[in-house]
Write a protein that binds this ligand. Structure first.
Ligand code: SAH
Length: 333
């Protein structure tokens, strides 16, 4: 849950309970309690009343799917019937990484992204964001969060930051929380000034301004040169490397000269590049061949940039980023 904290406070006051009860409830929830009945240091009568009066989660589970590689995808339903998806990737080293959604649909129209073809419906509340993470916390240890599900987190930054503030209670430190953005400069600037050491990831996709505008129209509003200047301010203040996400689109942005252009605008001390194999959705694009991606990486590395090729996980269950809630999403939009 993020229990509706205001409702929880009111209900506890109504029941004549001391103020520390709310904190007790949250501590249980953050550690993965499945419901009020597990909160054994609360009087049984209080547990019963809370179960009747304060919904334990803002979200209902509609469907859960497990990939062959262990990736879990859950389709969640909000109180107003919206569908959102959240993914948990488990790694052998024990990390459990959650990909969170920040909005229902997306107002931006990146041409390769399935969410970008949905209409924007609304921002998620901080409770709805936290409840996605709590869903998985109830099943397993979780260590990392990346805001890379549906939506543009920088356009719902108040709620994203409010949720992030509480993630350490679930075991996810701010250093292991990352926000991925199309390059929404006001949001990057706010993240630079915020007191939490949250990581920044930039979806770049093309170093050439015209090509980038064709792939992601938001580049007309916030051109890459200005976005990179904002990332560099972030680095100067936070001393944390910025991750570049670069989705590999066959014949569009994946040629050696594209790699050279990319290397020319990225300072290797500030940036690290993550090349993302494209998951074909119903778009006009195909994914680049494996050898093409490898050659692209080699060009970047020859220029001194650190570059990795992202493992594709959960492909068999459509759990790849940008595919989230597409199938269910048509109804949600
Ligand atoms: N709006 C934010 C957060 C959404 S995550 C942002 O754009 O960063 C978006 C990420 O998902 C992008 O970096 C993009 O590379 C990736 N993505 C979207 N659709 C994809 C697809 N079909 N295949 C692979 N990656 C995709």
């Amino acid at each position: 849950m993020e229990v509706d904290l205001a409702l929880l406070d009111r209900t506890l006051a109504d029941l004549g309970q001391p103020r520390f009860r709310a904190r007790q409830v949250w501590t249980w929830a953050a550690k993965g309690a499945a419901g009020y009945h597990e909160m054994t240091d609360l009087p049984a009568s209080v547990r019963r009343e809370l179960a009747d009066r304060v919904p334990f989660s803002t979200l209902e589970v509609e469907q859960e799917t497990r990939s062959k590689d262990g990736t879990l995808k859950v389709l969640l339903r909000t109180h107003d019937g919206r569908k959102i998806e959240t993914v948990l990737m488990r790694y052998r080293d024990g990390r459990g990484s959650i990909c969170l959604s920040s909005q229902v649909g997306c107002a931006l129209t990146c041409t390769f992204c399935a969410t970008g073809r949905m209409k924007f419906a609304r921002n998620l509340t901080s409770g709805e964001i936290l409840d996605q993470a709590l869903h998985f916390r109830r099943q397993t240890d979780v260590t990392n969060v990346i805001f890379m599900g549906m939506g543009e987190p920088m356009m719902n930054l108040d709620n994203v930051l409010a949720a992030s503030r509480l993630l350490p209670d679930l075991g996810i430190t701010h250093r292991r929380t990352a926000i991925s953005t199309v390059g929404w400069i006001p949001g990057i600037d706010r993240l630079t000034d915020v007191d939490m050491p949250i990581r920044l990831a930039l979806s770049l996709h093309a170093a050439d301004e015209d090509l980038r505008s064709a792939i992601m129209p938001v580049n007309d509003r916030y051109p890459l040169a200005d976005v990179l200047a904002a990332c560099e301010r972030f680095y100067a203040v936070k001393k944390r490397q910025v991750f570049i996400e670069y989705v590999m689109l066959d014949g569009i942005n994946d040629q050696p000269h594209h790699a050279k252009e990319l290397a020319a605008v990225l300072d290797p001390t500030i940036y690290k590049v993550n090349l993302i194999p494209y998951n074909p959705t119903d778009s006009i694009y195909d994914g680049s061949a494996r050898e093409t991606i490898g050659a692209f990486r080699d060009v970047l590395e020859a220029k001194g940039l650190r570059a990795t090729i992202r493992l594709t996980r959960g492909q068999d269950i459509d759990a790849a980023c940008g595919q989230l809630a597409v199938k269910a999403g048509a109804e949600a939009a």
